[in-house]
Write a protein of this length. Structure first.
Length: 187
């Protein structure tokens, strides 16, 4: 009478094992061959982000926790970063150049209004990672940005947002032919 329970338990264990294996860089690419073995590393320079430095580091860490295809790392001293993060008195915004490259401004105007600095940081980094704004939207969406209101402090991308970044960065043939974007993405 315990057979079914045991089978279910064994299946659950197997699924967990597979999930764990899937979370690591395994020896061979998937059968589809569409998965890079290691995350694409993007460096960021938060040395000019003033009082937002820790929020920026937290925003980057959240992306690292959330996706496998890309990893954000502080740039080494004296090296040029893929992403520059600056503090200023305007509205927060991102100026992506190519996928994974660009400048982020953590604007004090939104902070003064009460918006959460970690959510702002993760949101703007989301633009650098290729995500557009999704406004208006709920607090569960990172890219709903300011439309979710100042009470919203969620700094995590939702499943769809994570999947979009994984698609952009997870493939062997990462989009390299993409030209510079001339769109200034505010907030
Ligand atoms: Zn935005």
């Amino acid at each position: 009478m315990h057979v079914r329970t045991l089978v279910r338990s064994a299946t659950a264990t197997l699924a967990m094992t597979l999930a764990l294996a899937g979370g690591q860089a395994v020896a061979a690419p998937s059968p589809a061959g569409d998965r890079a073995l290691a995350p694409r590393v993007l460096t960021y320079d938060a040395s000019a982000s003033a009082e937002f430095k820790s929020a920026v580091d937290r925003g980057a860490a959240i992306w690292n926790e959330s996706v496998d295809g890309v990893e954000l790392r502080p740039v080494a001293t004296g090296r040029r970063a893929d992403i520059r993060i600056l503090a200023d008195n305007g509205w927060p915004r991102a100026l992506p150049t190519t996928l994974g490259n660009g400048i982020v401004y953590i604007g004090r105007q939104a902070v003064v209004q009460g918006y959460d600095t970690v959510r702002i940081s993760a949101h703007e980094l989301g633009h650098i990672l290729g995500l557009p704004d999704r406004k208006p939207g709920p607090c569960s969406s990172l890219m709903s940005g300011s439309s979710a209101g100042t009470a919203c402090k969620n700094p995590y991308p939702n499943a769809a947002e994570r999947a979009e970044v994984e698609r952009d960065f997870g493939g062997v043939s990462v989009r390299t032919a993409e030209g510079p974007r001339d769109v200034v993405t505010a907030d």
